[in-house]
Design a protein around this ligand. Structure first.
Ligand code: MIG
Length: 629
């Protein structure tokens, strides 16, 4: 059952698709005082949700803040990431879900200040709160997901393997990625084009020196079996003569400052303007621009920098230089030294900048800070709506960095700029169920880690987990060590693991589509399936995948196996050297050897496997072999 409690929301966020009448009764489970919602948690209560937020699947014991943030240095103590996913599921003496439909900053203190208290504090009391009850955790999620509408389903090839790197510059670089994977016999469906394909980082342009015949290149790569996936950034370069800027400026489609002039901000292209995605006409106009690339045969996109990430604004940059000048030539104390150093460190994504531009939404004019968390969602919606018209016959691959609930209907998300760290491998495992609860089924993390230098063993272990994630993309930052599956010498192991992904696609894609259509989770913590098993509640490093599989990834360096909790008798599936074997294993806690390069997982029933294929186009989805029958 769903109850709605309404507190004068100022804007329709678009998250909810069902019409529900607001209750006149006081909110259930919570007390509301001074604009803070409080709930006393029973000792054993677990709290799930919050989408891609850091820490465990059980979110208890920390404080989180929904405020979409470009945070490439996130760690265990990070409160805000790229998405704002305000759904919690409490499993204690009471069992209920709660969604705070609120477009800006909201804090979730889940036993951080007082271990038994959950407090939720929106910046002001203008929101809708939905309380969802039901007789099982899965049932509550299903009801919530019906409230927010069906999840995006990518094309089948979106389940292929993708290779990406910020630093591939020319079409030769891209073709070389294809050549290397072919030479190694490693299946590959997608190659991503990061910002260097553009002309001066201008959206919807292509650099003619790097890609003399872009359309011809896309065609050639398609003929070889590859989909090219270019990036689109939120901000539009401010440059007269660049039609996207000229038109956006003339029609008033950019966010404005207090005086009504275009707000100008520094991002990749230099001085830029921010499309006002909250204005339906501007949204439609920006979406139509994707045509420049779909006309060239592009069938997938990733939307970036849409928190929106701001490096600086015209105003904040000038203020920073003024401030630095006041220190020039003076002897600095330790404190004034730190102050001086931080002048530029604090320029990006500053409160002052977010406070100083405005949107024209149907409900009226809004300061950006009051609707901040909707920006990435509305950018993805703009693209999704347009792409349905530009490419009506087949789904377009689409995912975004920033998001709010509602964006799950438009596309997928990736979890942003992680690092080549073992703890980020574990984090990415733990992020999946939270995302799924909030409708984001097509998701995954940058395999191998975005920032920092990856090692061969980390990439192997990361891939061994990521063959189960719907979005499976190896991505890394410029100036980091190469981390393609072909970059570490002997490629056999990589070929076997990625090939296994393709063999699993019939099961994975089937389970995904079923989850999307039935409003279910593709990845679940064990306790969602084994509610009466207290041991299952504490498993933070295993997941159920679809209705049959359980995975227990290895995420520690220099280990050759791990302990696994089996909530019931299952069949162990092992891929070793490309060979697949099975053995029955009994319920309980056991240690399994998983030498580097082996993939081990568990099935509760017959598992269909396809024959190995070099890409999804060649995958035979009809003739399947069943193992563990
Ligand atoms: O400021 O386009 O998260 O995936 O490679 C960095 C360059 C901008 C951030 C994205 C990342 C991408 C990078 N972008």
């Amino acid at each position: 059952m769903i109850q709605k409690f309404s507190y004068n929301p100022k804007i329709n966020t678009g998250a909810v698709v069902q019409k529900i009448d607001a209750s006149n009764a006081p909110i259930s489970f919570f007390t509301l005082s001074d604009g803070v919602f409080s709930y006393r948690m029973s000792d054993a209560a677990c709290v799930y949700g919050l989408g891609e937020a850091m820490r465990g699947m059980n979110k208890r014991g920390w404080i989180y803040e929904s405020w979409c943030t470009d945070q490439p240095n996130h760690n265990e103590d990070t409160r805000s990431l790229y998405g704002a996913h305000n759904f919690l599921l409490i499993d204690g003496d009471d069992r209920f879900g709660v969604f705070f439909d609120y477009p800006t900053r909201i804090t979730f203190d889940i036993g951080y200040t007082d271990p038994s208290l959950l407090t939720v504090k929106p910046a002001d009391l203008s929101l809708d709160v939905y309380i969802v009850t039901g007789d099982s955790l899965k049932g509550i999620v299903r009801e919530f997901r019906a409230l927010i509408g069906k999840s995006y389903i990518p094309p089948l090839w979106g389940f292929g393997y993708g290779q990406s790197r910020w630093g591939y510059v020319t079409e030769k670089d891209i073709a070389a990625v294809a050549d290397q994977h072919e030479a190694a016999g490693i299946p590959l469906d997608m190659i991503y084009l990061d910002i260097d394909y553009m002309d001066s980082f201008k959206d919807f342009t292509v650099n003619r020196e790097r890609y003399p015949d872009f359309k011809g290149f896309i065609e050639k790569m398609r003929a070889r079996g590859y989909h090219m996936i270019p990036i689109i950034d939120a901000a539009v370069k401010k440059e007269e003569g660049y039609p996207v800027y000229d038109e956006g400026h003339e029609k008033g489609y950019f966010c404005t400052n207090e005086n009504g002039d275009d707000f100008v901000v520094g991002v990749w292209p230099g001085m830029s303007c921010l499309p006002d995605f909250l204005n339906p006409a501007a949204s439609e106009w920006f979406g139509a621009q994707y045509r420049a690339l779909t006309d060239a045969g592009v069938d997938g996109f990733w939307n970036d920098m849409n928190e929106p990430a701001l490096f600086y604004s015209e105003g904040s940059l000038n203020a920073a230089f003024d401030k630095i000048k006041t220190h020039e030539g003076k002897t600095l104390s330790a404190l004034s030294f730190f102050d001086t150093r931080d002048v530029f460190n604090h320029l990006a994504n500053s409160k002052e900048d977010y406070d100083s531009f405005y949107h024209n939404a149907p409900e009226g004019r809004f300061c950006h800070a009051d609707v901040h968390n909707l920006y990435g969602y509305k950018m993805t919606e703009s693209a999704a709506n347009a792409l349905k018209e530009l490419r009506p016959d087949e789904p377009t691959l689409l995912f975004s960095r920033a998001s709010y609930i509602g964006a799950h209907r438009c596309g997928g998300i990736w979890t942003g700029d992680n690092h080549s760290r073992w703890c980020h491998l574990l984090q990415s495992i733990r992020q999946m169920p939270g995302l799924n609860m909030c409708g984001f089924l097509y998701s995954g993390s940058d395999i191998g880690g975005f920032g920092g230098d990856c090692t061969r063993d980390l990439l192997i272990r990361w891939l061994s987990f990521a063959i189960f994630t719907p979005l499976m993309r190896n991505h890394s930052a410029i100036f980091t060590r190469d981390q393609e599956a072909t970059a570490f010498g002997d490629t056999e192991v990589f070929r076997h693991i990625i090939t296994l992904r393709y063999c699993l696609i019939p099961y994975l894609y089937g389970a995904f589509v079923k989850a999307a259509e039935n409003n279910e989770m593709f990845f679940r913590p064990l306790c969602f399936d084994y509610e009466d098993d207290p041991a299952a509640r504490e498993i933070e490093d295993q997941l159920m995948v679809g209705d049959r599989l359980m995975i227990a990834p290895v995420y520690l360096q220099n280990t050759t196996g791990r302990n696994v909790y089996l909530p019931e008798d299952m069949t162990l599936v092992r891929m070793s050297g490309g060979e697949i074997t099975t053995e029955p294993v009994m319920k309980g806690r056991r240690y399994f050897e998983v030498p580097l390069g082996d993939v081990v997982f568990f099935t509760k029933g017959a598992l269909p496997l396809a024959e190995p294929a070099k890409n999804t186009a060649e995958l035979d989805m009809e003739h399947l072999t069943y193992i563990a029958d």
